[in-house]
Ligand binder design. Structure first.
Ligand code: AHR
Length: 492
């Protein structure tokens, strides 16, 4: 029996709802087909945006959406994506398959989409190939209520009032596709571009600097030292895949237990990355003013056989549900520094919550985890103690359990648990310290097969079920979590 304690009296900060954020890039079938089908489409849409997708995202409670990239962002010239469609020039999407981008989904469409799904917009600006002026004008076009050529242009294009735009990134992966820069050079460039990104009226920007590629701690160090003063957030990108990008990636659906173990072990590496990055940030920013923004994370496998290798389309299984649960628990537990995280990517690319096939749409196991865990959004993190227990594979081992707990504004306690072991259940006795407990309810996402997934033929193969193997007596909670499962407990 594994011992656990959740201390209702020890609150460790608000879990920013934006930890449950998403990312949509002009890549493969994410924007076109996944979101945008055009006004003339036979797929039901609101002003060209898929209605089924809007409904599903609202239901999942998506708080924030990052756009337009990714690598695409530092190639994107926003003025090509405004005005009448027939006048928008095309471009070649050089990062993702050399396909033609017709620029039909641009600033207005993105911001309307955010309004429709109730998410805050998060825009990545072009530092790699764009000018300071271009970036400055983009913010002015969106957020200014003044009288200027940019605001006149916005009005001419049909939007009278400015939008609210808080989150703005000054480039993406500028150590790689965003310009192959050295950290010292980028830090200076960041300072220059950020200087011209202004607050208009009540619209206050939260400026995010490009952070490290996974374990490149030197990048974090230099950015914090040279540009920390000028930023509100610093990003971090880490995908569940080998750190050496040249190593082969596994299949999303066709894997054995060794690959299950290896992938979850790579996922848990996020904990070390966060810890080490926070340590560096703490050195320069003791008050934790600057947020750590994990604006790309998730599993990256081989593409589905027969699909365009540049489109990064992959299926999503129960293993990905565990990956989501583990990462979200890590982010919750570090909510004093992590202010946002964005899984890559929302639809039809990498670890998606939604897959589409023409008129059809399915929700992945990852979607269900986001929906289950949405109760943590804006809640207060509670101190949680968990006795160590391991999942062994061969001579190696990893933690068997991942957990985080929070208290929401109504005083309900939510505990999210993942059992990483695909073979063994785990009995837990959790003491709810200083809690007023009455009743407990629970839900579970699991399946017999490690690679269980939803398909267009069987869209409900993996869904959330009520979980009854829980008992609550005198603040002592007893449960037995099945192998390879994600569980959410709610105590009120
Ligand atoms: O999400 C796919 C790509 O991964 C993004 O465009 C880039 O930022 C990262 O390398």
């Amino acid at each position: 029996m594994v011992k656990m304690k959740v201390k209702a009296g020890i609150k460790k900060g608000i879990i920013n709802k934006n930890i449950y954020g998403h990312f949509a890039e002009h890549l493969g079938r994410c924007i076109y087909e996944g979101i945008w089908v055009g006004k003339e489409s036979t797929i039901p849409n609101i002003n060209g945006i898929r209605k089924d997708v809007i409904d599903a995202l609202k239901e999942m409670k998506i708080p924030i959406l990052r756009w337009p990239g990714g690598c695409f962002a530092d190639n994107y010239h926003w003025m090509e994506g405004i005005g009448p469609y027939e006048e928008r020039p095309s471009m070649i999407n050089t990062n993702w398959g050399g396909v033609t981008e017709n620029n039909h989904f641009g600033t207005h469409e993105f911001l309307e989409f955010c309004e429709l799904i109730g998410a805050e917009p998060y825009i990545s600006g072009n530092l790699g190939s764009g000018t300071v002026r271009e970036m400055q004008q983009w913010v002015e076009y969106i957020a200014s209520d003044g009288d200027s050529p940019m605001t006149k242009l916005r009005k001419k294009n049909g939007r009278e009032k400015p939008w609210n735009l808080k989150y703005f990134a000054v480039g993406n992966e500028n150590w790689g596709c965003g310009g192959q820069m050295r950290p010292e050079y980028y830090a200076d460039e960041y300072r220059r571009y950020a200087t011209y990104l202004k607050d208009y009226g009540d619209n206050k920007l939260y400026k995010i600097a490009c952070g490290a590629n996974a374990d490149d701690y030197q990048w974090t160090e230099v950015l914090m030292q040279n540009a920390g003063k000028y930023m509100d957030g610093l990003s971090l990108h880490y995908y569940t895949m080998p750190l050496d990008w040249s190593l082969p990636k596994g299949s999303a659906v066709d894997f054995n237990e060794k690959e299950w173990f290896d992938v979850l072990k790579m996922t848990l590496f996020m904990e070390e990355l966060i810890e080490k990055n926070i340590k560096i940030m703490d050195k320069y920013d003791k008050d934790k003013r600057i947020g750590l923004i994990v604006d790309e994370w998730g599993a990256w496998y081989q593409v589905e056989p027969g699909t365009n290798p540049s489109f990064l389309y992959q299926q999503n299984t129960l293993r990905d549900a565990l990956i989501a649960g583990i990462n979200l628990n890590i982010f919750n537990n570090n909510c004093d520094r992590i202010q946002m995280a964005n899984i890559a990517q929302m639809i039809n690319v990498l670890q998606s919550v939604i897959l589409t096939d023409e008129h059809k749409m399915i929700l992945t196991p990852t979607y269900h985890v986001f929906k289950m865990f949405s109760v943590h959004q804006g809640s207060e993190l509670l101190e949680t103690e968990l006795e160590e227990t391991y999942y062994h594979y061969g001579d190696d081992k990893i933690a068997q359990l991942s957990a985080s707990s929070s208290m929401d504004s109504e005083g309900k306690i939510h505990i999210s648990l993942c059992n990483l072991d695909p073979n063994n259940e785990v009995e837990i006795n959790c003491e709810l310290v200083d809690a007023n407990t009455g009743k407990i309810s629970a839900s579970i996402l699991t399946s017999k097969e490690m690679n269980a997934r939803n398909t267009f033929e069987e869209p409900e193969a993996v869904t959330v079920k009520t979980f009854t193997n829980v008992e609550l007596k005198n603040n002592q909670l007893y449960t037995c979590i099945p192998p390879k499962s994600v569980v959410l407990l709610t105590i009120e």
